[in-house]
Design a protein around this ligand. Structure first.
Ligand code: UT7
Length: 333
């Protein structure tokens, strides 16, 4: 039987600049009250100009390496997930590889937005299980603040998103003790792609980048909030149920559920739907907003660092976002 993958180290990094709801009140027609009531967010972090998602990813990677107590030269593959790469191409995987000075290894970019971490985890897990790689660095990172529509027209989306990064190290579990990633389950429905997307730049346009870039709203992320909300509260519980059933577990076996931090109202509805006590649910959106691919691993790292996870605990992850994509994973810690 193949060896399961275990997470041997985690780390996260958020830029120091704190942007509260009160700061946003000054930029657009919104209020602290509205943002807190509708999303549970109090503040988020913004990266300074000149800092890209690969920079945050690199900082998170250093912390995860230290946590796993391995030297960076031991990493044999990188999987990176972001919707906000430093450049249109290449992705940030190669940039993290270069920053770490690991020019001999491969790096793969996964583009599945809010579900990106679980999709990336799934990919990395297959490599470990099949014995292809022994120490994979998985990074998820976003700098979204540089491309949000801060006008009243974009306020529904702009108030939700923040910047941040997290990384995990995956290795084969040398012991046959059942610990590790038990399964991952990935779903999508591309018919809903335009409900949460950044329409441009598009290779369909000739030229892809028009001269009057700043005037085109298509270059900002756009979202049909209600449609996303409706699907998120339905699909995340569904994905968790599929994962639990697959592993012959029930919701009572789950010690911690970490959902993608999209909106605290969504999180509470997911918990209610699954009948899991809210105390067992990882929640930090109040401090970071929605950090897309990075949201689950940031929450995971915070939970670990607070010593809230014990060996043998069952951890369920679930995400929903642009694509639409959704996913789940179950880990025996
Ligand atoms: O990671 C996955 C990606 N995103 C999500 O999961 C987000 C999913 N959607 C949501 O979280 C919610 O739909 C929002 C938080 C975006 C919006 O909450 P809502 O309860 O669905 O509000 P709404 O869109 O129905 O808007 C209610 C009102 C509207 O005004 P009227 O038409 O009632 O006069 C909006 O124009 O709130 C207004 N509004 C705002 N007001 C103040 C929208 N955005 C804002 C804002 N500040 N930032």
């Amino acid at each position: 039987m193949s060896q399961k993958s275990i997470i041997t180290g985690t780390g996260h990094f958020v830029p120091p600049k704190v942007v509260t709801n009160f700061h946003l009140e000054k930029k657009m027609n919104t209020s602290d009250k509205w943002i807190k009531q509708r999303s549970g967010i109090r503040e988020r972090r913004y990266a300074d100009p000149g800092i890209g998602s690969s920079d945050l990813a690199y900082e998170a990677a250093l912390r995860a390496l230290e946590d796993a107590q391995i030297h960076k030269s031991e990493i044999d593959f990188i999987v990176a997930s972001t919707l906000s790469p430093d450049h249109y191409f290449p992705g940030i995987g190669v940039q993290v590889q270069a920053k770490l000075g690991l020019s001999h290894i491969g790096a793969l970019d996964v583009r599945n937005q809010c579900s990106g971490f679980i999709y990336a985890l799934s990919v990395a897990d297959q490599y470990i299980r099949n014995g292809v790689y022994k120490k994979i660095l998985l990074v998820a990172s976003e700098v979204q603040s540089s491309n949000l529509d801060y006008s009243d027209e974009g306020r529904d989306l702009a108030v939700l998103f923040g910047d941040g990064a997290a990384a995990v190290i995956l290795e084969p579990n040398p012991k046959d003790d059942g610990r590790g990633i038990l399964s991952t389950h990935l779903f999508c429905d591309g018919n809903y792609a335009s409900q949460l997307w950044m329409q441009k730049p598009s290779s369909k346009d000739k030229p892809t980048f028009p001269k009057q870039l700043g005037k085109e709203k298509g270059f900002f992320p756009q979202m049909n909030g209600r449609e996303v909300f409706k699907h998120a509260v339905e699909k995340m519980p569904q994905a968790v149920r599929v994962a639990l059933e697959h592993n012959q577990l029930t919701i009572d076996d789950v010690d911690i559920l970490i959902p993608h931090q999209a909106n605290d109202r969504i999180t509470r509805m997911v918990a209610k739907n699954l009948k899991i006590p809210i105390e067992k649910v990882g929640r930090n959106i109040d401090r970071y907003g929605n950090t897309t691919a990075a949201s689950i691993p940031i929450a995971l790292d915070e939970i670990i660092k607070k010593n809230k996870l014990k060996q043998g605990n069952i951890v369920a992850l679930t995400a929903f976002g642009s694509g639409f994509t959704w996913a789940s994973a179950v880990i025996k810690w």
